[in-house]
Design a protein around this ligand. Sequence first.
Ligand SMILES: Cc1cc2nc3c(=O)[nH]c(=O)nc-3n(C[C@H](O)[C@H](O)[C@H](O)COP(=O)(O)O)c2cc1C
Length: 469
Amino acid sequence: MPHERFRFKDRATLERKIAELGRDIPLSDDISVLFSHVVVARRVLPNRFMVLPMEGADGDAAGCPSALTLRRYRCFAEGGACLIWFEATAVTADGRSNPRQLWISPETKDGFKRLVKETRLAAHRRFGPDHNLLLVLQLTHSGRFSKPDGRPAPVIAQHNPLLDSRLGLSTDHPLISDSRLDALQDDYVAAAGFAKEAGFDGVDVKACHGYLVSELLAAFGRTDSRYGGSFENRTRFLEETAEKIKLRVRGLFVTSRLSVYDALPFPYGFGVNRENPEVPDLSEPKKLIRRLRNIDFPLLNISLGIPAYRSHFGRPYDKPLIGQDLPDEHPLVGVARWLKLTSEIQKAFPTLPVVSAGYSWLRQHFPHVAAAMVERENASLIGLGRAALAYPGWVNALSADGFLEPSKVCVSCSKCSQMLRAGGPVGCPVHDAEAYQDEYRDARKRAKQALRTERKTSRAAGKKKRRKD
Ligand SMILES: Cc1cc2nc3c(=O)[nH]c(=O)nc-3n(C[C@H](O)[C@H](O)[C@H](O)COP(=O)(O)O)c2cc1C
C-alpha cells in the first residue's frame, strides 16, 4: 500500500480507494449530526467541532503570548468551533520545546488572561454572549525534546535506543530523578492555578507524543523508581498530578491528551503489543482511562504515535519534512488507524466524550467521515489540527454552505510542521500567506542549510571510517 498524494476530487473516487485498501473509513451523506449539541463538563456545546492543540512557537522570551498568538486564537474563536484546546504550554523553563514556546508562570499569567479574554470576546462578538465556548490549556514538560535555549537539553525518564540515537544521547545521560518528578507535580499544580486565574475552563496534563509524561507511561525499564516498571508506577505521575490539580485548584476541570498507541516496540512504547509493535494493545490505556474517570475527567483527547519517530502515524500527509523520505504507507491507512483506535476507546467508555482527530488529510471530505463517526457513536467531538490553521472558518462555512471549498482546505504539505521544527512561528503559509510566507521561507532556508551540514558531516564520517578500515 504505497504512499499516494491526495487526488480525490469527488467522494466516489475516495470511497473506491478506501474499498481497494480494505480499510474501515465510514462516510455519511448527512453531516447535520456535527451541529448537534453535546454536553461537556456540564456545558452544552452547540456543535461537535474543536481546535486541536497546535504549538505556535510565537511567544516571547518569557513565554508570554504575543500579538501573533492572540491573532491565531481570535481566528479560531471566530471560526465557530466550540472547544479550543490551547497548545502545549510549558510548566517550567527547562521543559520548553523551544525558546518561543508558551510558558505559564507568575510573570506571564496576565498575558494568558488577555489571551483568554480576547479569545472569548472574539467568539461573543461573532456569535453573541450566550455562545458556549470551552477553553482548555495543555500543560507540558517536553522531556527528551526540551530545547529551552534552542539547543537540545533532553530530560529523559528512561533510555530508548530508537530515540536516543536521533538525539545523539550517550548511554550514561542521566535520568530525571524521582525527587525532581515529585517536585514537577507541584509545578503542574501551580501552572493549573495560573490557568484558572487566566480564565481557562480546564487543563490537560499532556501525556502524548513522547514528551515527559508520555515517556513515563512507557518507562518499563526505569527500575528502582516510584515512576517506572509496574503499571501503577508508570501511570503515577499522570494520575497523582491530575488528582492534585482536581483537589487544589477548584473550579477548573482536569483532563489529558493521552497517546493510546506509541507505535514504538516494547519495552519503549505504551499501548503496543509486546511481540509486535505494529499492533496496538489498548488494555493498559483502557485500564488507565478507567482510573482517570474516577478523577472526574469530563472528556478525553486521545492521540497516537511519536512525531519524532514516525511522524506520519499522527499526521498523515502528502509531503514529508525537508530531507525526510515519504513513508511506505498510504495516508488512508493512517486515517483508518486513527478512526479505529478512537472508536475502540469511545465504545469502551460510551459516556465519556472522546475527541477524534487525524482528519486533515481528507481535505473537503473530512466532514462526511466525521459525521459517520459521531452518528455511530464512535466519537463525541471532532478535532482539527493542521486544517484549523489552514481554514479557521471551517465551522461557519459548513454551517452556511454544507460543504468546504476545496481551494481553502489544508493540503497536508507539512509546512506548518517545518516551521515548528525551525523554532516557529507556526501558521499556514499556503492559506495565510500574508502572515506566514516570509516565516516559512526562513524556516525552509534553515532546514536546507541544516540538511547540507548533516550530509557533509556524515560524508566526512564515512570517509574517516573507510580510511580506518
Ligand atoms: C505544527 C504542529 C504543532 C502541533 N502541536 C501540538 C501540541 O502542542 N499539542 C498536541 O497535543 N499536539 C500537537 N500537534 C498534533 C495535532 O494536535 C494533531 O494531533 C495532528 O496534527 C493530527 O491532526 P490533523 O490531521 O487535523 O492535523 C501539532 C501538530 C502540528 C502539525
